[in-house]
Write a protein that binds this ligand. Structure first.
Ligand SMILES: Cc1cc2nc3c(=O)[nH]c(=O)nc-3n(C[C@H](O)[C@H](O)[C@H](O)COP(=O)(O)OP(=O)(O)OC[C@H]3O[C@@H](n4cnc5c(N)ncnc54)[C@H](O)[C@@H]3O)c2cc1C
Length: 297
């Protein structure tokens, strides 16, 4: 049988994924591939499917918790590659690996309004479509037209419209479609004054600087419970500063669970569970994590 290295000569073997996640947590990928084009993504996925090798997709690694046992099979990371942005009037087409803050700046500089909110979201276009990422009262669903998605089951790229993607609060139908990969996305924006758009971006960034902990995390851990804010309820339950191992409920913002250094996925999962149970017992509020957990214990 062919080895992973023979099948994917440019992949890194046994590569620690903590190097690729915002939380700085995660065991090794059997093989980590950073393809340079959409065609390379597709041929790698086809080859993996032919050999029954499981596939995991990583964007910027800013909303995933990779478990300590790592990820079997082939992990494909898109953040470093697939970085083209093209314009056609008020339409923007961005490759899956483009970072959202970069897209915010690029579109603002062209006098295109609507993606300023993306400045606060450190992940990629692909991850933002998958998560329907949003900030400052706006969400991806409001500006996204379509996404080109490779479907390993059908062996082809399909253009899914905004409606097909079923985008809702931090959710898309892609959560239920194993292995479907966003390759690029099309957005329709409106006209705007570049100087004003850039000023808006600066304002958003300043807001973020003031209220965010300066430690590795995956940003907000829990989704908003109905009519409330997770940070408020976690703080009200007296959990700020609570630790499991090297993971801590940030004293700066209670919805951030920060890695104090050398934290494990086990610590993170245990702290997530502790927060959920405490908030449920003390306040009767059910919290749901927005973090995607991948890999083996
Ligand atoms: C400091 C900080 C602040 C944050 N603030 C916000 C915020 O304000 N609003 C917000 O919504 N989020 C926020 N996040 C979370 C995160 O940035 C978003 O969820 C982002 O959209 C994730 O993108 P990513 O590329 O990092 O995805 P990853 O974390 O790499 O992956 C997340 C999920 O998407 C899947 N995925 C990634 N790329 C693709 C692709 N091309 N095709 C198919 N599936 C894919 C992965 O398999 C995984 O299941 C924050 C995170 C951090 C660390």
């Amino acid at each position: 049988m062919d080895t992973l290295q023979e099948l994917f000569p440019t992949a890194k073997l046994d590569e620690p994924l903590r190097r690729y996640t915002a939380w700085k947590i995660g065991g090794p990928a059997d093989a980590l591939l950073e393809p340079r084009s959409a065609d390379e993504v597709i041929s790698a996925v086809k080859k993996a499917s032919e050999h029954d090798i499981p596939i995991t997709i990583l964007g910027g690694g800013t909303n995933v918790l990779v478990r300590d046992g790592g990820v079997r099979g082939l992990t494909i990371r898109l953040a470093k590659a697939l970085k083209d942005v093209a314009f056609d009037g008020e339409c923007v087409i961005a490759d899956a690996g483009v970072l959202y803050p970069v897209l915010a700046n690029t579109t603002a500089a062209r006098g295109l309004a609507g993606l300023e909110f993306a400045t606060g979201i450190p992940g990629t276009v692909g991850g933002a479509v998958y998560m329907n990422a949003g900030a400052y009262g706006s969400e991806t669903v409001e500006v996204l037209d379509w996404a080109d998605v490779f479907r390993p089951d059908a062996g082809e790229v399909v253009r899914m419209t905004n409606g097909d993607l079923g985008l809702s609060y931090r959710h898309s139908v892609l959560h239920e479609r194993q292995g479907w990969i966003v390759l690029r996305a099309g957005y329709t924006l409106g006209p705007g004054d570049p100087a004003e758009l850039k000023a808006r971006i600066r304002e958003f960034r300043a807001q973020r600087m003031n209220g965010s902990p300066n430690r590795p995390s995956c940003g907000s851990t829990f989704k908003r419970p109905p009519g409330d804010f997770p940070g408020r309820v976690i703080e009200a339950a007296g959990l700020k500063g609570t630790r499991v191992g090297q993971l801590e409920v940030s004293p700066v913002h209670a919805n951030y669970l920060v890695n104090l250094g050398g934290g494990t996925a086990n610590d993170a999962l245990a702290l997530i569970e502790l927060v959920r149970e405490t908030v449920r017992e003390k306040l009767g509020v059910e919290l749901e994590s927005e973090v995607r957990v991948i890999g083996e214990p």
